[in-house]
Write a protein that binds this ligand. Structure first.
Ligand SMILES: O=c1[nH]cnc2c1ncn2[C@@H]1O[C@H](COP(=O)(O)OP(=O)(O)O)[C@@H](O)[C@H]1O
Ligand SMILES: [Ca+2]
Length: 496
């Protein structure tokens, strides 16, 4: 035997079986690698959408992103970035509309940096205004038009695809908040029981939920129907204009100051709190302007008494429970079907209850009230000392706001001690803020299809598994067939 042959036989790498095995293994690895990678793009690419939420108290800019490679934009959208516009809401610029436009520039510049340049021109940009502009439009429609013109001009200077600025109806605000919450929870795609949405703003508040077996025809103006991912939803929604927490505070103060100038001892503010306030500022809103007393010209002393129970009595006076022409009502003669399912309460519901440390869903309603009563009774100077980082305006109002929230939920919407535990106070769901903006964009970009998308015949993992098993079977069959066809394969090579 030659030295070469001897070497070949000693080196197992040179046997035909080993060579075939190695090639086979390489082929299998290559096949499986292709199967794993075949539906994964090399670099994840995104598309973007921008929504400006022009609220009564302030404006916020949201950027959403979603995978670009999915058909018809059906990839999951999520919040990428939020920018809080400095200053007050756009409705506060009624007398200086140009400044409303200018106020948006800083956040818009940020948006330019956040969205990749090559996507700018195809990124839709929307501005939706809520109750602050609704009120301004009622009060002075030419001032509200001027604010919109200025805002439009400012937004069109940016390289995005500007899609318009408008006032949302209360129904839209409620319904899109509900869409956002249920989209982010993946409830719509999976056809699961939905979560109701409770949104509390400064100038209006919304309640939206699906109540099974309720008769929509009882109050058609409160119903919105959707077909999403192949499921039909009959949504009940109502927006109470003037029932945001800032306007309700005006209404409560108007009620307490109706006997004219002087000092009011307000149970919704802490003992020791004292501020000199202007009547003219208090009544500068359509929510209270008709209640302005004749002699209300100058200022009044706003002092605190810190009494939760009495504060609840004051707050209750802003609701009208007397008339209801439907089978059941919440308040002010507004139809409301029976409450059903879990609820997500966001925006000011969350800010207030989070500050008061009352967001724990397991805390019974009676404990919530007790804690709130203790908090309201705490002297103002102690509160200021305990929270040096909180702006005084917010700090002074948490007792009032917490009391309003509890009164609105229980006396207003009829949550009971039991059903109160169905309410979750939330800020975000999976990194995206709860609010109407995402639902608004999803609707306008047709990102939620009416029908369920055709799912692929096999999920990706199943596809990879089948490829791997088939490759292994083929390989084993190949080796076995070689043994039949070529007898030299039947014996394991041996060294002579
Ligand atoms: O950190 C906070 N603490 C307490 N309240 C807050 C905080 N941030 C925002 N808010 C309040 O949340 C509300 C937001 O209302 P928004 O401006 O959206 O009005 P709208 O929805 O009625 O148009 C306002 O009352 C604002 O004062
Ligand atoms: Ca809002």
């Amino acid at each position: 035997m030659s030295a070469q042959r001897e070497m070949k036989e000693k080196n197992p790498w040179h046997t035909p079986v080993t060579i075939i095995t190695v090639i086979g293994v390489i082929a299998i690895v290559a096949l499986v690698t292709v199967a794993v990678l075949q539906n994964r793009p090399v670099l994840q690419k995104y598309k973007y959408g921008i929504v400006l939420d022009a609220g009564s108290s302030h404006t916020a800019l949201y950027i959403y992103e979603w995978p670009a490679e999915k058909d018809n934009n059906t990839g999951r959208a999520e919040q990428k970035y939020v920018c809080k516009v400095k200053g007050k809401g756009i409705s506060s610029y009624a007398n200086t509309p140009v400044k409303a436009g200018e106020s948006l520039n800083e956040c818009m510049q940020e948006a330019k940096m956040q969205v990749p340049t090559k996507r700018h021109h195809e990124t839709p940009l929307y501005l939706g205004a809520t109750a602050g502009m609704r009120l301004l439009n009622m009060e002075n429609s030419s001032a509200s038009d001027k604010v919109f013109q200025a805002v439009e001009k400012a937004l069109q200077r940016f390289p995005f695809s500007y899609q318009g600025a408008r006032i949302l109806s209360g129904q839209e605000e409620g319904a899109f908040g509900w869409v956002t919450v249920n989209y982010l929870d993946d409830r719509l795609k999976q056809g699961l029981e939905t979560t109701g949405a409770l949104d509390l703003g400064g100038a209006s508040t919304q309640i939206s939920f699906v109540s099974k077996n309720y008769d929509i025809s009882e109050s058609p103006s409160n119903s919105v129907t959707f077909r999403l991912y192949g499921n039909d939803y009959n949504l009940y929604t109502h927006s109470f204009l003037c029932y945001g927490k800032d306007q309700v505070l005006r209404m409560a103060l108007a009620h307490q100051t109706k006997s004219g100038p002087g000092t009011i001892l307000d149970p919704c503010f802490h003992p020791g709190y004292l501020e000199l306030k202007d009547y003219s500022l208090l009544y500068d809103s359509p929510c209270v302007s008709d209640r302005k007393p004749q002699n209300a010209t100058g200022t009044f002393n706003h002092s605190g008494a810190g009494n939760f129970k009495q504060c609840q009595e004051v707050v209750k006076k802003v609701f009208n429970f007397t008339s209801c022409k439907y089978s059941r009502c919440s308040f002010n003669g507004v139809f409301q079907p029976p409450l059903q399912g879990p609820f997500g309460a966001f925006s000011a519901y969350y800010y207030v209850m989070d500050f008061l440390k009352l967001t724990d869903a397991t805390m019974p309603l009676k404990d919530v009230k007790e804690k709130l009563a203790n908090y309201c009774a705490t002297p103002w100077n102690e509160i200021v000392k305990q929270h040096p980082e909180v702006p005084i305006k917010y700090l002074a109002e948490y007792c009032f706001s917490g009391t309003y929230i509890i009164t609105l939920l229980t006396d207003g919407y009829n949550f009971t001690s039991e059903s109160y535990s169905n309410i979750n106070f939330i800020k975000k769901i999976k990194n995206s803020d709860a609010g109407w903006t995402l639902g608004y964009m999803l609707n306008l970009t047709n990102m939620i299809p009416a029908e369920a998308p055709d799912s692929p015949p096999l999920p990706h993992a199943g596809y990879v598994t089948i490829i791997t098993i088939s490759a292994l079977i083929l390989f084993v069959l190949f080796i076995l067939s070689l043994r039949f066809i070529c007898p030299s394969f039947q014996k394991t090579p041996h060294i002579v």
